[in-house]
Structures are given as structure tokens and as C-alpha cells.
Ligand binder design. Structure first.
Ligand code: SAH
Length: 358
């Protein structure tokens, strides 16, 4: 028997085709698609007849990520979800409240293969990619549970989005669909550790999303020591790709720089970073808008890295500004619920293991 199709992974044309195969009229997709993307399962659709629902259930399934855990910050209302997928694996999503609206941070894979030394998400390696339906499902499930209208998305949760390229691109189209979540590309950021070939593939699609580059160091020796991906694509290759991305899309690129005490937080490192960005991305004919987000590292027990102290952080920021690079220190939302991704899933895995061993 053929495997059942995941309804949330289908775009509207694919849903039309599937319904067509079941002998349903085309307009049925127009009734079903918007409801699926509001978190309504076919069983709950009152305007769809029982016979249709039964035919559909034979060939396709609908699964929204289930809320396995939910933590709400007493400080700023940030909500962190541990979502359970259809096969029992878990990922994390975080709802953040800003003056301009609510943004969700979503995961792109179960685990991660990239091996960054400071990161909790990669400790157990990559388990699998999320499907497009599971990607959009996080947005739908969080909107449904919280009752909030989600206006923006950052792909900065567990996983490397560009290592799950096809599903991520399909997700972007699904979540942007006018009859779905209808979230504008300009309100979506994708963060990558620097898979250069995939950055080029993304640029070729000319989607006006914001690209965030996890840089974290201004020289190859330091970067390779904390990010294995740098041995494959070094800093020069990565910044070349950034230049091509900007030339193709005209979209500003932001750089993430995680400050780790004693590793990359010295004023000289800030100077080197400013020089690097100015020299590589700003020529006489082209002045690419650049923004650096500084993030004091979240301490993860397994990694042993320590967060740069407050003075080092503001010093680092000041040196960048003095050298013409706009920089901000990322406000820590949900610090009381450990809202940065990867750690809740690990804690849950450890609890599962402990329960199994009892
Ligand atoms: N794989 C993608 C997206 C996920 S990580 C990427 O690498 O960009 C989102 C951001 O959080 C990245 O900039 C990542 O480097 C950073 N990050 C990971 N672990 C961190 C930690 N312990 N403290 C602070 N930032 C961290």
C-alpha cells in the first residue's frame, strides 16, 4: 500500500490534484486548504461531507505538532513549546512578543548535523529533517494554542535550515500563501551556519526573506575551532556568497556573533570583525547594509563555554560601531524559561532515557 500523504505538506495545487484523484470537484481544495492551515483537521470540517472526509482519510493524514510541554516566561510572556511530531520525536518553537507583533522561532530538523561546539541542538547529531508540513505545523499549532496572530518567523530553532533545503523552500511558500498563514517573506528570517552552495541556491529563488549568517568569528582559525562547517566553506567563501546573495536579492544580511568568554570576545576580535566586513562587503561601488547581532553565549552544561561578561559585550559593540558597523546586543527573551533552543528537547530525551532504564 502506498504511504499516506501528509496534508499539511501539500501546496494548493497538489491538494487539488489529490482531491481530483478521489473524484472530488476542484473547488473542494479551496474549502479544505484554508482550514488545514488554521489548525482544523478534516474530521472537524463541517462544510465537508462525510463521504469525502472518509475518502481523504484513506490516502492522507493530518497531524499538528502536539504540545508536549509549554513554558511561559513570567518576565516577558515568551512562550516555549516542546512539540511532539507524528512519530514521537520532539522539536522546540518559541513565541516572542515584540512591539511590532508576535514572532515565532521554529526548528527545521530533529537534532542537527553541523556540530557547532557551543550549541545544544547538535549534541546528539541529526535524527531527521522536518517535512514542510511539520515546519508550517509549528506555526499553526502555536497560533492555535496561544490564540495569537503570528506576524513573523525566524528559522533559528533546532537544526540547519539549508541542510533541509527542499522542505524549507516549500514551507516558505506554504506559510506565505494568502489562504494559509499569509506571512510576508519580508517578515521571515532564515539563519544558516554557512552552507555556501545552498546560499546560492536560495539566492537563485529570489525570495525576499532576510538571511542571517552565523559568523561567530572573524578569522578562520577561531571559526574552524568552534564551527566544523568552516573547514568546508571558509570565511572568504561565505562572505563571497553573501555578496552574491545581496546582488541577487537586494536584501540586507544580518550576522550573528555569539560572544564566548576568552574565545572571541576581545576588543581586537571586534576590530578584526569590522575590518573583515568592511573590506569584504563594502567596495567603492557597493555599500551593502550590514547588521551584527551580538548574542552572549547561552551556557550549555555539555559545552563548557562561558558567556562573555557585560563589559566585554558592550565594549565589543562599541568597537564595531566606531568602525562603521551597526550592531545591537540581542535582548534575551524568556531567560527564566531557558528559551534558547535545543535544551528543552535534550532534557526531555534525558528524562525519557531515565524512565526507560527504571
Ligand atoms: N543552524 C542555523 C540556525 C539555528 S541556530 C544556524 O547555525 O544559524 C540559531 C542561532 O543560535 C545561530 O546563530 C547559532 O549559532 C546560535 N546558537 C547556538 N547555540 C547557541 C548558544 N549556546 N548560545 C548562543 N547562541 C547560540
Amino acid at each position: 500500500m502506498e504511504e499516506k500523504k501528509e496534508l499539511l505538506s501539500l501546496d494548493k495545487q497538489e491538494l487539488e490534484a489529490l482531491l481530483g484523484e478521489l473524484g472530488e470537484p476542484r473547488y473542494r481544495a479551496g474549502q479544505i486548504f484554508p482550514q488545514l492551515h488554521r489548525g482544523i483537521s478534516p474530521d472537524e470540517m463541517t462544510n465537508i461531507g462525510r463521504a469525502t472526509r472518509e475518502r481523504l482519510a484513506k490516502v492522507a493524514f493530518y497531524h499538528l505538532p502536539l504540545v508536549r510541554k509549554k513554558l511561559v516566561s513570567a518576565l516577558d510572556g515568551t512562550i516555549k513549546y516542546l512539540f511532539e511530531l507524528a512519530d514521537g520525536h520532539c522539536v522546540e518553537s518559541v513565541l516572542m512578543h515584540y512591539e511590532h507583533g508576535t514572532t515565532i522561532c521554529i526548528s527545521s530538523q530533529v537534532g542537527c548535523a553541523m556540530g557547532c561546539k557551543f550549541c545544544a541542538s547538535t549534541i546528539g547529531g541529526k535524527v531527521r529533517n522536518l517535512t514542510a508540513g511539520e515546519l508550517v505545523g509549528q506555526v499553526i499549532a502555536a497560533a492555535k494554542d496561544s490564540g495569537e496572530r503570528i506576524g513573523g518567523i525566524v528559522m533559528m530553532g533546532i537544526g540547519e535550515p539549508l541542510d533541509n533545503f527542499d522542505n524549507v523552500v516549500k514551507f516558505l511558500q506554504l506559510v506565505n500563501h494568502a489562504e494559509g498563514q499569509n506571512i510576508g517573506y519580508r517578515h521571515i528570517s532564515l539563519s544558516t551556519c554557512g552552507l555556501v552552495d545552498r546560499i546560492d541556491r536560495l539566492a537563485a529563488l529570489s525570495l525576499p526573506i532576510t538571511l542571517s549568517i552565523s559568523l561567530h568569528a572573524a578569522d578562520d582559525e577561531t571559526r574552524s575551532a568552534i564551527m566544523p562547517v568552516n573547514s568546508r566553506y571558509n570565511i572568504a567563501a561565505l562572505l563571497d556568497a553573501c555578496r552574491r546573495y545581496y546582488a541577487k536579492t537586494g536584501r540586507r544580511i544580518s550576522f550573528e556573533y555569539t560572544l564566548i568568554a576568552g574565545k572571541n570576545d576581545a576588543p581586537e576580535a571586534a576590530k578584526r570583525l569590522a575590518l573583515l566586513l568592511n573590506r569584504s562587503l563594502r567596495t567603492r561601488t557597493e555599500t551593502m547594509p550590514i547588521h551584527v547581532n551580538l548574542i552572549p553565549v547561552n551556557e550549555v552544561a555539555e559545552t563548557g563555554f562561558q558567556r562573555a561578561d557585560k563589559r566585554a559585550v558592550s565594549r565589543f559593540c562599541a568597537v564595531l560601531e566606531e568602525n562603521g558597523i551597526r550592531a545591537t546586543v540581542r535582548r534575551r527573551l524568556g531567560s527564566d524559561i531557558n528559551a534558547s533552543c535545543g535544551q528543552l528537547r535534550r532534557a526531555e530525551l534525558a528524562a525519557d532515557e531515565a524512565a526507560k532504564n527504571q
